[in-house]
Design a protein around this ligand. Structure first.
Ligand code: PLP
Length: 435
């Protein structure tokens, strides 16, 4: 073999080796920092040796402070109840933000809030089946809360409006009107009205109907924060959404004439990932926000850099092994470990498979071959991650909606201690609202 050919052959062999060496996962070492050590001690002191959802009250207050500062002066704040699904949590947020406005997304939550917060003004965040609206009335016990004045039902199609006309007639018998709010499709394309002329027609139909009252619009624009710069970016998408929103408000004004009073209407937009992009010029008069106050990982966005994570899942380590063995692949353990040093050890935790990512100690990872368990999930780590049986693993939920409901009472962490427990919303029972 001449020198040139030998060099070529060596290069051909070296290239994949270099590629693999570059791709080989780096060993990650880690231990709880002071913050998570404190949280672990507080949970153990409170006798919480089970999967627990924790809210850090100081971080929650920080986020409330950011919201107060960032919210444009002429926009009211509406609490997105599904993202903060606990009455005491909603109370805390309402008190800090001085608001009686809530957005509700689930019929049992609607009954609960109506019964427990009789001063609240409720806007539905999605169009409920008319049957669910009837069920609300069937379960609702008359009291201080007046559904005719305090609930705005969301309408997305002319068909749904007809169904709600029937709800209005059967519930109020002509004595009161059912308030209906029109869902606008301002770019999310999740349903609702898109053309101002269709909006005008709907407002006309509602105005002419003695059983219904037009209460405003809901135009959710979460897509805006996800639009890449190559497609114009979030600000441009939000501007387009608000242009269409403004045209729909204009359409309503033309139909309503002298009766048009924007301050009396609910002109809703939102949420968490877009609210910091708003200024006073937007044609809406309120923003619905929830998740930004507890900041799960889906909300680690460029638009929420000043908000801090305020919610964690804590769970004990049940078993710590100094090896990783996969059933049927025991002989491969050394190979897996040689490739990825972060598979050297195995931890089985109490529960698992939540919509969540591990956050402390750093260096924990899931095992793609072993899969998931909701009973005892497997986590792997390098030999340099400090964790043992009885220690706590911390995760951050990807979202608060639904995930917060999976742990029983939420533990409230403040000044190094668990100071309170907040019951999550019930998801429903066959006998109606528990309230
Ligand atoms: C209609 C509507 N408004 C606002 C929001 C914002 O909620 P969050 O701030 O929790 O993202 C949502 C979330 O799904 C929504 O569906």
């Amino acid at each position: 073999m001449n020198r040139k050919r030998r060099l070529l052959l060596l290069t051909a062999l070296a290239a994949p080796v270099a590629y693999l060496a570059a791709k080989r996962p780096r060993r990650v070492a880690g231990a709880h920092n002071e913050y998570f050590q404190g949280l672990q001690a507080a949970l153990q002191q409170a006798g919480l040796f089970r999967p627990t959802l924790v809210i850090d009250r100081a971080q929650l207050r920080h986020n409330l402070g950011r919201l107060q500062t960032n919210l444009p002066q002429n926009k009211k704040f509406r609490v997105v109840a599904k993202s903060l699904p606990s009455l005491p949590l909603v109370r805390e947020v309402r008190a800090a933000m001085q608001t009686d406005r809530l957005m509700v997304f689930h019929q049992p939550h609607l009954n609960l809030v109506a019964a427990q917060m009789p001063d609240a003004q409720l806007l539905l965040g999605k169009p409920m089946p008319a049957g669910a609206a009837k069920r609300f009335f069937a379960d609702h016990k008359p009291g201080a809360f007046k559904p005719a004045r305090q609930i705005e039902w969301l309408i997305d199609t002319p068909m749904r409006l007809s169904e709600y006309r029937e709800v209005a007639a059967s519930q109020f018998g002509g004595k009161a009107r059912l308030r209906v709010n029109l869902e606008l499709d301002v770019g999310l394309h999740r349903g609702g009205f898109r053309a101002p002329r269709d909006v005008a027609e709907m407002v006309r139909v509602i105005q002419a109907d003695p059983t219904l009252e037009f209460s405003g619009f809901m135009g959710y624009e979460a897509h805006a924060s996800k639009i890449p710069d190559a497609l114009g970016g979030p600000r441009k998408a939000l501007a387009a959404a608000m242009k269409l929103y403004g045209e729909c408000v204009q359409a309503a004004q033309e139909v309503l004439g002298a009766a048009f009073d924007p301050d009396a209407l609910t002109l809703n937009a939102g949420g968490s990932t877009t609210y910091e992009l708003y200024d006073e010029s937007a044609p809406c008069n309120e923003l619905a926000i929830g998740s930004a106050l507890v900041k799960p990982t889906d909300f680690d966005t460029q638009t929420l850099l000043d908000h801090q994570p305020a919610s964690f899942i804590a769970t004990p380590v049940l078993k710590a092994l100094d090896r990783t063995e996969l059933p049927g692949l025991e002989a491969m353990s050394g190979l897996f470990r040689a490739w990825d040093p972060n598979t050297a050890r195995t931890f089985f935790i109490y529960g698992g498979h939540w919509l969540a990512s591990t956050v402390s100690p750093p260096g924990l990872q899931r095992n793609a071959i072993w899969g998931h368990s909701t009973n005892q999930d497997m986590l792997n780590a390098s030999a340099d991650v400090q964790l043992g049986v009885g220690d706590t693993v911390f995760l951050r939920p990807h979202q608060s909606e639904f995930v917060f409901l999976q742990f029983g009472d939420i533990a409230v962490y403040e000044d190094g201690r668990i100071v309170d427990f907040w019951a999550p919303f019930p998801e429903g029972s066959s006998t109606g609202s528990r309230a």
